[in-house]
Write a protein that binds this ligand. Structure first.
Ligand code: URA
Length: 217
């Protein structure tokens, strides 16, 4: 699809349509995103953390934004939240190598405190600036099932009124042939204390199993 072309009905899309969806293969998009200047986050980040996984993936997981480790390695979900996510995926019987993993925002945002880089949430305008990349990933991968991890991803996909606490684990439609659901972000689970933490982890597991089952229907 050329940039600026309206998406066809089959293409999964975001809650607010993106009219400048970048064109090209995933590899070309990844290359182009390396020099993204759509918002100021590139200035302090080490590199763009684009999505990773097969272009033929039937399931796509969207997180919020890369953390410290992702920024250093250039890959999504390789830090503590990623470790929890991979653990739960394994428990759900989902092979992470079959998934396309990405984020709503592709650069690490942080505040320096001495030697530590403390995560800061991307602003609404930074999230908006990054939307064309997620729209392009969805258009190239055309997954059957999308899992939104956390509120930022869920609201980007389903609208700003979406509440993960209320609608977690319920099917949503984001295109003629793409179903989606939202669940807890693994970082949110890591911040909880037991027993809430155990409950949320069990819900993440149940939601991932439901998403995998959605591939069979
Ligand atoms: N949190 C996210 O949302 N994405 C990552 O890649 C890592 C942590």
């Amino acid at each position: 699809m050329a940039a600026g072309t309206a998406r066809d009905d089959d293409t999964p899309g975001l809650a607010k349509p993106v009219d400048d969806v970048p064109a090209g293969s995933l590899a070309a998009l990844r290359r182009e995103a390396r020099s993204c200047r759509r918002c100021p986050l590139w200035r302090q980040a080490t590199q763009t953390v684009f999505g990773a996984g097969p272009a033929t993936a039937r399931m796509l997981l969207v997180g919020e934004q890369p953390g410290n480790q992702e920024d250093l390695e250039g890959l999504p979900f390789v830090g503590p939240a990623g470790n929890l996510l991979r653990e739960v995926l394994e428990q759900a019987g989902i092979d992470v190598a079959t998934l396309y993993l990405t984020n709503t925002v592709k650069h690490f945002k942080f505040e320096r405190r001495g030697k530590v880089r403390l995560h800061k949430r991307a602003s609404a305008s930074e999230q908006t600036a990054c939307r064309p990349w997620l729209a392009a990933e969805l258009a190239r991968v055309r997954p059957d099932v999308v899992v939104a991890l956390g509120a930022m991803a869920a609201q980007t996909l389903f609208g700003s009124g979406f509440r993960v606490t209320v609608e977690r684990g319920k099917w949503q439609s984001i295109g003629a042939r793409t179903c989606a659901l939202a669940t807890w972000h693994p970082s949110a689970i890591l911040r909880m204390r037991s027993p809430e933490r155990d409950t949320a982890r069990a819900q993440l597991l149940a939601d991932l199993k439901k998403a995998a089952k959605g591939l069979d229907t």
